[in-house]
Design a binder for this molecule. Structure first.
Ligand code: F0G
Length: 492
């Protein structure tokens, strides 16, 4: 299947993006009835995070840790050197990170937030301002937990789901300059620069923006720490959309992006094609020394950081696979296939289509629901009941509360995320997802709002519980009321 953007890439083939792999092993999915799903979502407090995965048909909750590993990665798992210290897999991974990301020092962590925790603790003092191109939940949480104040410096277009800006992840240099003027460079420990900004819809930063914002920060002695969790996807968008990059390899674009910055945190559960893992990588010798010291307290020795040797081996192999041109083209191609189908049906999605999923504008999808009835949360529940597709809320529930006033933060984006795991689902799965969304879109008034009945203290979206404002609000559509995708559970 061709997608518009992929046809336009000058140096890219105009042929279909079909998967550059074939399927060697399958995992059976359990089919459920609408009644079973009504019960399951009720028991889960209308929070898709609290569903059992065995009750889910197509799981688009996240692209995090949900990738299918290759045969080579699985073979690598058998090469796990499970020594407590100095595992050979650590050295392989260190070498790989240096080769593809280019930073001098590498400290493994159990996942991305482990690296964010270390970086925040090591660099932020209470009262410091920590600018970022939009917040990410765990990143901001660790910054605030050590007394930092997050400041959003992303361009305004990022907050507008309809803006077609090709690089909505860009930092607004004016906002960054005025923050420096307001608080002083010495109260800014670093700029947290996210690639393919998750909460904005998987939107990339341009190389030009990375270069100029790094130059501005460095002029004032402010380091730039990349959240390189989805930097490979960002590199691919630079190749597609930024003049001068069409002929370059994704690997070389990635190296160049990193070369402007001082270090990075990474959740390897995304781009790097593994089910667990992350790391901190920095150029500064002193910061690296302190991080190696602190990692022992929270993660494990600096040569394993909470990971088994086999996990590090799979990650090293996954990183090398992640930058392969045919892989990344097919990965983004599949996301855009689903997005294009929804756009063709008039479903309001964040545009341009991003990297790791399709983000539906729940505020426009459900205009009859006020923000206090959590439109995006309500839509995730309705979609699950309709088809067994699990999605995630990225709106007012995820945004949480202002740490000072305790008021709900009301983000301009009220979205649900259909996040596509890498190398897991087929085009037919994408068709099923699109059909279900489009069906709901035809009769949105059948979806009623939710009220929160339990709110946890930290990162509330993970464990909050809800009840329908109108009981039995979410009703399955007629077309699939019997069975989604085939067999019923009791036929298996
Ligand atoms: N940074 C970004 C941009 C992320 O998307 C995530 C995780 C993290 C950091 C934290 O990494 O989960 O390995 O601790 N995002 C997942 C998601 C949870 O579903 O988007 P982690």
């Amino acid at each position: 299947m061709k997608n518009k953007e992929h046809e336009e890439g000058t140096a890219l083939s105009d042929r279909s993006w079909a998967e550059p792999y074939k399927i060697k092993m399958v995992e059976h999915l359990r089919m459920t009835t609408p009644e079973q799903r009504e019960r399951a979502i009720g028991e889960a407090g209308y929070n898709t995070f609290l569903l059992r995965s065995s009750d889910v048909y197509i799981d688009l909750l996240t692209d995090s840790g949900t990738s299918a590993m290759s045969d080579r990665q699985w073979a690598g798992m058998l090469l796990g050197d499970e020594a407590y210290a100095g595992s050979s897999n650590f050295y392989h991974l260190e070498e790989t990170v240096r080769e593809f990301y280019g930073y001098k020092h590498f400290i493994p962590t159990h996942q991305g937030r482990g690296a964010e925790h270390l970086l925040s603790r090591l660099c932020i003092r209470p009262g410091d301002s920590v600018p970022g191109n939009m917040y990410f939940t765990t990143t901001r949480h660790h910054q605030e937990a050590v007394g930092g104040v997050f400041v959003d410096v992303i361009i305004d277009e990022a907050h507008d789901p309809e803006s077609e800006h090709p690089f909505k992840g860009n930092v607004d240099l004016g906002k960054m300059r005025s923050l420096i003027d307001r608080v002083g460079a010495d109260r800014i420990p670093y700029l947290s620069l996210e690639t393919n900004v998750n909460m904005a819809g998987g939107q990339p930063c341009s190389m030009e923006n990375i270069r100029s914002v790094c130059a501005l920060c460095h002029e004032h002695g402010i380091p730039v720490q990349l959240d390189a969790t989805r930097a490979v996807e960002n590199a691919y968008f630079i190749k597609l959309r930024e003049p001068g990059f069409a002929g370059r390899s994704v690997a070389s674009i990635l190296r160049e992006m990193c070369s402007h910055t001082d270090g990075c945190t990474i959740s390897a559960k995304k781009d790097s094609l593994v089910n667990i893992g992350g790391f901190l990588a920095v150029n500064d010798d002193d910061l690296a020394e302190r991080a190696r010291n602190l990692v022992v307290v929270y993660e494990g020795l600096h040569t394993y950081g909470g990971l088994a040797g086999r996990d590090m081996e799979a990650m090293a192999i996954g990183i090398a696979e992640s930058v392969q041109e045919d892989h990344i083209r097919a990965r983004i191609g599949q996301v855009h296939y689903l997005g294009q189908k929804l756009m063709d049906a008039g479903v309001p999605v964040v545009r341009p289509l991003g990297g790791h999923g399709v983000f539906i504008d729940a505020a426009r999808f459900l205009p009859h629901l006020p923000p206090e009835q959590f439109p995006a949360q309500s839509l995730t529940a309705a979609l699950y009941v309709d088809s067994g597709v699990r999605s995630m809320e990225r709106g007012v529930v995820s945004a949480g509360r202002d740490p000072k006033t305790c008021e709900n933060l009301l983000p301009s984006l009220e979205l649900i995320r259909l996040t596509i795991p890498r190398r897991v689902y087929t085009q037919a799965h994408m068709d099923v997802v699109a059909e279900s969304v489009i069906e709901l879109f035809k009769r949105p008034e059948h979806i009623s709002g939710l009220r929160m009945v339990y709110e946890p203290e930290h990162l509330r979206f993970f464990q909050a519980r809800f009840q329908p404002v109108v009981p039995a609000s979410v009703v399955a559509t007629g077309a699939d009321a019997q069975s989604i995708g085939g067999r019923q559970e009791d036929e298996q």
